[in-house]
Design a protein. Structure first.
Length: 95
């Protein structure tokens, strides 16, 4: 699975299952941005690559930046899905 595919699959997971803040996964099955990446990635290497691309696209720290961005009060599921898809679009095909 390419980095682009992981990012798109994470966006699909949030669209399908719902989005949450404050934790990777809610008890009712919703996901934060990072939780969705973890659910979509087939292995640690794919997760790390997708996390790096999303962090770079959001212009946040690789360490804690995605969580902070996801958990900001004004953030919405639409914002998160759009960011995952835009980050995916920033990756060249074949990666």
């Amino acid at each position: 699975m390419t980095t682009r595919e992981v990012l798109l699959a994470a966006a699909d997971e949030i669209e399908r299952d719902g989005w949450c803040q404050g934790r990777a996964h809610s008890r009712d099955g919703r996901h934060c941005a990072l939780g969705a990446l973890g659910g979509a990635a087939p292995d640690q290497m794919a997760f790390d690559s997708a996390k790096h691309v999303l962090s770079r696209w959001l212009d946040v720290s690789l360490f804690g930046g995605i969580q902070h961005w996801n958990d900001q009060g004004e953030r919405t599921a639409t914002d998160v899905i759009a960011a995952l898809r835009a980050a995916a679009d920033s990756v060249r095909e074949g990666r």
